[in-house]
Design a protein around this ligand. Structure first.
Ligand code: GDP
Length: 448
């Protein structure tokens, strides 16, 4: 589309100086505007007068082109190349508030050669300048998005280069193996090479394939932590599902009514459970129904249950419990209505009095922690997983299909190794595919 072409053109061009509000818009104590590119010094001189000492904050009066004072601000210049973007980079620490930042942004963008940044363009320039690899750039996005402690920790680990280093190691080793195969190709014409070069190359490919296999075999925990775990609240109509969701969410999100079959769609609430991001999902009551809208609700409930990380199966105290799906956590609701103690394996709660709710939350957290495990996940995005799967597929061709044939067709072996190296390069950005960059940075906010 035209929009995509526009982004590609302006971003790939890269020569422009860009500026953006780096902090959230709205009323606040401070607002930070960033400028990056060759016209940064010119912009600073125009707005703030003489250039400040590099990397030192100085208090300046900012003026527009007509000499009107816009704000008094702290300005700092990070000269190229030792800056986050690798270019001249400046920050203006303004007084917060929409009026101030709007006036400063208007003054900046009225200067020739300076324009508003595209989403993620500062980080993109950092990647292009080799300051960050793609996994670190993604980690910055994840860190900004992180709502809970476990998400923050995962993003910080990735920003520390954990994933990038592992991929880089494998890539280096595979390049080494490829060099052996290519040496074999070069020298085999000249008769005896002396050493067996293909044997060590194959051994390396096999060892890396095994490591990739175990990395992929991680229960998708990294992705699930990024997206949040889904906990589905299900059970027969009137079991108290909506009331429990409201109680857990601390606000009225689901319509609670005494008439069975009121929740016909699916309602979601995101919350933080001991640092774990979870999405609580209320579903339509499951029962036999001939009413079309209710049946659709029940169908959606079943779909949500099958994808859930955890299902809470609710049944009201004193009522016969319908068969719960396997693996579901059984919850007895409305415990305030009866005095009988709950049966074994059930957690008894009352959304009315709050009794048992802390136990229930503790049990949910424990079950999710068991899923997460102790080992931090390396893969945090589907993009990483698909590239690693491609790498594994190429290495499988190297290792299994062609071990014997390899000696006869080393050029095929070399091609498979090249495919494997390329797949890994896509993860860190060693393969400079513009579409990959476009896709990743389009999800950033402006100013990052
Ligand atoms: P859902 O159909 O499973 O979503 O059930 P609702 O949450 O709409 O609740 C059905 C009825 O049970 C409503 O009248 C609620 O007020 C009532 N209810 C829900 N939880 C409790 C509870 O803990 N104690 C009591 N006494 N009533 C409850």
């Amino acid at each position: 589309s035209a929009a995509v072409i526009h982004v590609k053109h302006t971003v790939a061009h890269g020569g422009d100086t860009i500026c953006a509000l780096a902090t959230a818009p709205g009323r606040a104590a401070l607002a930070v505007v960033r400028i990056s590119g060759t016209r940064t010094r010119f912009a600073l001189e125009t707005l703030a007068g003489a250039l400040p000492h590099p990397r030192q904050m100085s208090l300046r009066r900012l003026r527009d082109g007509q000499g009107n004072v816009l704000d008094t601000a702290l300005v700092v210049l990070f000269p190229c190349p030792a800056s986050a973007t690798g270019e001249d980079l400046a920050e203006l620490h303004l007084h917060g508030g929409t009026g101030v930042s709007a006036a400063v942004m208007a003054a900046l963008t009225s200067l020739s050669g300076i324009r508003l940044a595209e989403p993620g363009e500062f980080t993109r320039r950092a990647v292009l300048a080799g300051k960050l690899d793609l996994t670190e750039a993604e980690a910055i996005a994840d860190l900004v998005e992180a709502e809970t402690e476990s998400q923050r920790r995962q993003a910080v680990r990735q920003l520390g280069g954990e994933l990038g280093r592992r991929i880089g190691d494998w890539r280096e080793r595979l390049l080494g193996a490829l060099a052996l195969v290519e040496a074999d190709l070069d020298f085999s014409d000249e008769g005896d090479v002396g050493d067996d070069l293909l044997g060590p190359a194959l051994a390396e490919a096999i060892s890396i394939r095994i490591q990739i296999e175990s990395t992929l075999n991680d229960n998708r925990i990294g992705e699930r932590l990024r997206d949040g775990f889904t906990v589905v609240i299900a059970g027969p109509p009137n079991a108290g599902k909506s009331t429990l969701l409201n109680h857990l969410a601390g606000r009225d999100v689901a319509i609670v009514s005494p008439f069975p079959g009121t929740t016909r769609d699916v309602l979601e609430v995101r919350c933080d459970l001991g640092g774990l991001p979870i999405t609580l999902i209320d579903t339509a009551g499951v029962r036999d129904s001939h009413e079309p809208i209710e049946r659709e609700g029940i169908r959606r409930a079943a779909a949500r249950m099958s994808e859930a990380d955890l299902v809470l199966w609710l049944a009201a105290a004193g009522e016969a419990s319908a068969d719960s799906p396997s693996g579901a956590l059984k919850v007895r609701t409305k415990s305030d209505l009866v005095s009988a103690s709950p049966s074994l394996g059930e957690i008894s709660v009352s959304a009315l009095t709050g009794a048992g709710v802390t136990d229930l939350l503790g049990e949910i957290e424990q079950q999710l922690r068991a899923l997460v495990g102790a080992e931090p996940a390396l893969i945090t995005r589907d993009r990483h997983r698909r590239a690693l799967e491609d790498c594994r597929a190429a290495l499988l061709r190297v290792c299994e299909g062609r071990v014997k044939a390899a000696r006869e067709y080393p050029e095929l072996l070399a091609q498979d190794l090249r495919d494997a190296v390329q797949a890994l390069g896509r993860i860190t950005g060693h393969v400079g595919a513009e579409e990959v960059l476009d896709r990743i940075f389009s999800s950033f906010c402006i100013g990052k």
